[in-house]
Design a protein around this ligand. Sequence first.
Ligand SMILES: [Zn+2]
Length: 81
Amino acid sequence: MNTPLSKNIDNYLFCSECQREFESGMTDFGSMRDYSKIETGFTDLGFQIWCIRHDRNVCHINFEGNDLSTDLRCIVASSSD
Ligand SMILES: [Zn+2]
């Protein structure tokens, strides 16, 4: 299987409370990307995205016991790509 290791995010996930604050103009940040403050990692059940600012779950993906393929290589595209 050919796993894409370049950036392929189609739909970004943000904390709904961070998004509400950003969209209401409460922040001086220029983008949700800059305002977002998350940490990510594996859990006993799967993978979680956590909002550090609001100390709340953004997303938890339950692998439901499946042993999914995970690629943790850090590939940097060469200048000829
Ligand atoms: Zn938040």
